[in-house]
Design a protein around this ligand. Structure first.
Ligand code: SF4
Ligand code: SF4
Length: 716
C-alpha cells in the first residue's frame, strides 16, 4: 500500500498557488453577474474602469498571487530540509505571543522603531482589509450589500487614516534609515530596503490619488468629505481630466501592488508574514533555560554526528526563523561579546545561517537579506560562513534571544554548532581542554580533590549534615553547594553565609559532600554533551538513590541544569535559588534582620543571566537586598536587559584575548551608578565583577546577596 502523503507546508502552499489563479478568475466572473446598482451614499466598484482593464486586473492579480505563493512554497522546501521539532500545543500561549507581535508590543521596547513599524504595518493591513471589504461588497447579491450610508462614510475615513499612517510611517522609516542612520541600520542597509520603502510608499500615495480622482469623476458629492485626504485632493482634477487621471492612478496603484507581491517573498519584507508566524511558533517543548535535548550518548550506538555542521543538522524551525529576521540589529546591540569587540555578531549569525540555507536550497530562493557580492557559498557547511572564533566568543547570556522582537532563537544555533565543533572536530580553545580534563578526572573544573568539597563547613559552629552518611537518610532540602561554592575562596564565604542563614531559619538541609560533582553546565554550554551527560547521569543517580526531592543552590548555572536540563535525563527535582528561599524566610519572619547596623548602603544588583533571562527570577534577589536594610539602585542595563559578566557558556574557563574584557565593561556600568556596593547572585558573577572592579582600581565592595543578608541577621 502507498504510504499516506503528509500534509506539509510546501504542499499547502503549492496547492494555494495552484488554486489562486482560477479562484481570482472566479471572483471576476461573480462580479459580472447582474444586479449591481450605485447606492445613494457609496461608490461604484470599477467605476470609470473599462472592461479590458478589469480583465487585466483579475488575470494579472491571479497570476501574481499564484507566483507569490509559489515563491513561498519554494522557501518552504528549504525549511523542510531541517530535522523535526515540535511546535504544537499550548495554542493559547502561541496566540498570545503572536498577538504581542501583531500589536507591536515587542517592537515598542524601542519606541521610535515600534511606532514607525506600527504606522506602516497597521496602515498597510487596514488598506488591504479595506480592499477585501470592497471586493466582498462587490460580489454580494443586491440585498446583502452593506458598503453604503453611514458605514461607507466611516469606511472612507478609516481607510484615509490608514493611508496617512502608511505614508507617514514610510517617510519616518526613510528618515531613520537614510537620515539619522543609527549604526545597526546603516551597517545592514541594502538596495532592497529602498525597494521595500518605495513600494510601500507608492501603494499609499497612488491609493490616495486614485481615490481623489475618482471623487472628482463622481462630481465631488458632499458625503465624500469623509475621505479627508481624497476629498480635498480631488479639487486638483478638472472635470474633463479627472477620468483620465483616475485611470492613470488606478493602473499605477494596481501595478504597485503587483510589484509588492513580487517584493514580498523575495526580500526581507517577507517578515510581514514570517515574523508573526515565528512568534506563534515560539513556545518550545522545553523550559526556557534548557538546551535542546540529545539522545543518551552513553547508550546510543548509531549516532553518526552530533550538533550542527550542515543545514540539515538544524531543525526546520531553526531554518525557518532565519527568514523571519527583520535585520533590526537589536540582538547585536545588546551582545556583550560584540559590545566589547569580539568577533561575534548575533545578527550576522542569523544572516549567515540563512545565507547557507538559501545557497543550498533545493529551489532558487533569495537569502534572508541580499548578500554582499563577494560572498560565495560553495558547500552545505555552516562553517563556510561561521567561524570558530565567533562561536567561542558567546557567553550564552541569552540577551540576543530575549530582545529579539520576533523571537528568533540565536543561542540554540550557536550551541548546536559548538556541539559539533567540540565533539566532532575537537575544535575548542586549549584552556577549555584543561577544564574538560579536570571535569572528567576530578568532577570539578578546578581539578581539586573531591575529598575537599566539605572544607568550607569546618569554620561553622554547627554541623552540616551529609546526605547518605550514617544517620542522615533525608532532609527537607538538599543544599547543592556547587564547585565554586566548594573550592573558590571568595565563593566559600557565600556558602558559609548561606548555610548559616538556613541553619538560623531552622531549615532542615543536608549536602552531598564528596558525592557532589559538577552539574556539567560548563561542559554542556561549551558543546561537550558527552562529558555533560557523564556528569549529569552520575549526579542524577546519586540524587535519585538518596530520594532527593527539593534542592537549594546559590549557583544559577547549577540551578538551571538541575531544574531545566536534568529532567531530560530523568532527574526531576524542585529546585530553588538561594535568593528565592531567603526571600521567603525573611517574609515569614524565619530570619530576623533587626541586627542590621542601621546604615543603609546603596547597593546595585547585577542580574545573573542564568537566574534572570534563562529563568525569569528577578524579584527575589532584590527583595533580599532590600530586607537587609540597603537601598537598591539599578544599573542602566538591568533585569531582562542586564549585561552578562562574561563568564557564562564556559567562558569563565577561557582566555579573553580580543577586545575589552566583558567583566571590566560590566564593572564600569556598576561603578557608574555611584552605589557603595555591587550585589551578585552567582559564583561566576562574583569572581568576574569583583575582578573587574579591582582591575579598574576602584574601592567598591562586591558580595553575594547571602553575605549581605547575613550582615543584617548576625551581629558578628
Ligand atoms: S547569547 Fe549573549 S553572547 Fe551569545 S550571541 Fe547572544 S547576546 Fe551575544
Ligand atoms: S535576530 Fe531578531 S533582534 Fe536580531 S536582527 Fe533579526 S529580528 Fe532583529
Amino acid at each position: 500500500m502507498e504510504p499516506r502523503r503528509r500534509l506539509t507546508s510546501t504542499r499547502i502552499l503549492r496547492f494555494l498557488a495552484f488554486a489562486a489563479f482560477p479562484a481570482t478568475l472566479l471572483l471576476w466572473w461573480m462580479g459580472t453577474l447582474p444586479g449591481h446598482h450605485l447606492p445613494e451614499i457609496g461608490r461604484e466598484i470599477f467605476g470609470n474602469i473599462p472592461g479590458a482593464l478589469q480583465a487585466a486586473f483579475y488575470v494579472g492579480m491571479g497570476a501574481f498571487l499564484s507566483l507569490t505563493l509559489y515563491l513561498f512554497a519554494e522557501r518552504s522546501r528549504s525549511w523542510e530540509r531541517g530535522g523535526p521539532e515540535s511546535r504544537t500545543g499550548r495554542w493559547g500561549e502561541r496566540l498570545k505571543n503572536m498577538s504581542a507581535g501583531l500589536e507591536m508590543r515587542t517592537l515598542l521596547r524601542d519606541r521610535a522603531a515600534g511606532l514607525m513599524h506600527a504606522l506602516i504595518y497597521y496602515g498597510f493591513v487596514l488598506l488591504f482589509l479595506g480592499t477585501v471589504i470592497l471586493e466582498i461588497d462587490h460580489l454580494l447579491p443586491e440585498g446583502l450589500k452593506f458598503l453604503s450610508g453611514n458605514f461607507y462614510k466611516i469606511y472612507s475615513a478609516v481607510l484615509d487614516g490608514a493611508a496617512l499612517a502608511l505614508i507617514v510611517g514610510v517617510v519616518w522609516a526613510v528618515v531613520r534609515r537614510y537620515g539619522q542612520a543609527p549604526w545597526r541600520l546603516r551597517s545592514k542597509t541594502k538596495a532592497e530596503d529602498a525597494w521595500i520603502l518605495t513600494v510601500l510608499g507608492l501603494i499609499g500615495v497612488t491609493g490616495v490619488f486614485t481615490e481623489a480622482a475618482r471623487i472628482a469623476v463622481d462630481g465631488r458629492p458632499d458625503f465624500e468629505v469623509w475621505s479627508f485626504l481624497g476629498y480635498p485632493l480631488s479639487s486638483l482634477f478638472s472635470e474633463t481630466a479627472a477620468a483620465g487621471w483616475h485611470q492613470f492612478f488606478w493602473i499605477a496603484h494596481v501595478v504597485t501592488f503587483v510589484w509588492f507581491l513580487v517584493v514580498l517573498p523575495t526580500t526581507k519584507l517577507r517578515h510581514m508574514l514570517t515574523s508573526p508566524a515565528n512568534m506563534f511558533m515560539a513556545p518550545k517543548d522545553r523550559p526556557k533555560g534548557a538546551m535542546k535535548e540529545l539522545p543518551n550518548l552513553m547508550e546510543a550506538t548509531d549516532i553518526e554526528s552530533i550538533g550542527a555542521s550542515v543545514i540539515t543538522d538544524l531543525t526546520w524551525k531553526q531554518i525557518f526563523d532565519t527568514d523571519a529576521c527583520t535585520v533590526c540589529g537589536r540582538c547585536t546591540s545588546v551582545c556583550p561579546a560584540n559590545t566589547t569587540g569580539k568577533p561575534l555578531d548575533p545578527r550576522e549569525m542569523v544572516m549567515k545561517v540563512g545565507e547557507v540555507a538559501a545557497s543550498t536550497a533545493p529551489g532558487r530562493i533569495s537569502s534572508p537579506v541580499s548578500m554582499d557580492a563577494e560572498i560565495n557559498i560553495g558547500a552545505d557547511s555552516l562553517f563556510e560562513r561561521v567561524t570558530s572564533e565567533e562561536l567561542w566568543s558567546c557567553t550564552t547570556c541569552g540577551a540576543c534571544d530575549e530582545i529579539c522582537p520576533v523571537n528568533i532563537e540565536i543561542l540554540d544555533k550557536i550551541l548546536d554548532m559548538r556541539r559539533y565543533k567540540a565533539l566532532m572536530e575537537a575544535d575548542f580553545p586549549s584552556e577549555l581542554g584543561k577544564a574538560f580534563v579536570a571535569l572528567e578526572n576530578q568532577g570539578n573544573p578546578w581539578g581539586l580533590s573531591q575529598q575537599n568539597r566539605m572544607d568550607w563547613a569546618k569554620a561553622l559552629d554547627f554541623e552540616v549534615k551529609v546526605l547518605g552518611e550514617e544517620g542522615v537518610d533525608s532532609a527537607d532540602y538538599l543544599y547543592w553547594v556547587g564547585c565554586a561554592g566548594s573550592f573558590d575562596d571568595r565563593n566559600v564565604e557565600v556558602t558559609k553565609a548561606t548555610a548559616r542563614l538556613l541553619h538560623e531559619a531552622g531549615i532542615d538541609f543536608a549536602v552531598l559532600g564528596p558525592k557532589e560533582s559538577c552539574t556539567g553546565d560548563p561542559a554542556r554550554r561549551s558543546g561537550n554533551e558527552y562529558l555533560y551527560q557523564q556528569l549529569a547521569l552520575s549526579n542524577i543517580e546519586t540524587l535519585n538513590d538518596l530520594g532527593v526531592e527539593k534542592v537549594i543552590t546559590q549557583c544559577p548555572h547549577c540551578f538551571n541544569s538541575l531544574a531545566n536540563d536534568y529532567p531530560q535525563l530523568g532527574g526531576d527535582y524542585e529546585v530553588v535559588h538561594h535568593s528565592q528561599l531567603l526571600m521567603e524566610l525573611v517574609a515569614n519572619d524565619s530570619l530576623d534582620t533587626t541586627a542590621a547596623t542601621g546604615k543603609s548602603p546603596e547597593i546595585t544588583f547585577h542580574d545573573p543571566c542564568y537566574l534572570g533571562r534563562h529563568n525569569d527570577v528577578y524579584v527575589a534577589p532584590r527583595e533580599v537586598i532590600s530586607a537587609s536594610g540597603a537601598s537598591l539602585t539599578e544599573m542602566e542595563r538591568n533585569g531582562t536587559n542586564a549585561m552578562c559578566c562574561g563568564a557564562g557558556g564556559a567562558r569563565f574557563w577561557m582566555e579573553e584575548q580580543t577586545g575589552k574584557k566583558v567583566n571590566v565593561e560590566r564593572a564600569e556600568q556598576a561603578i557608574a551608578t555611584g552605589a557603595d556596593e555591587v550585589a551578585v547572585g552567582c559564583p561566576y558573577c562574583y569572581v568576574m565583577i569583583d575582578d573587574g572592579v579591582k582591575e579598574l582600581g576602584v574601592e567598591m565592595k562586591v558580595r553575594d546577596i547571602s553575605m549581605i543578608l547575613a550582615d543584617s541577621v548576625f551581629e558578628d
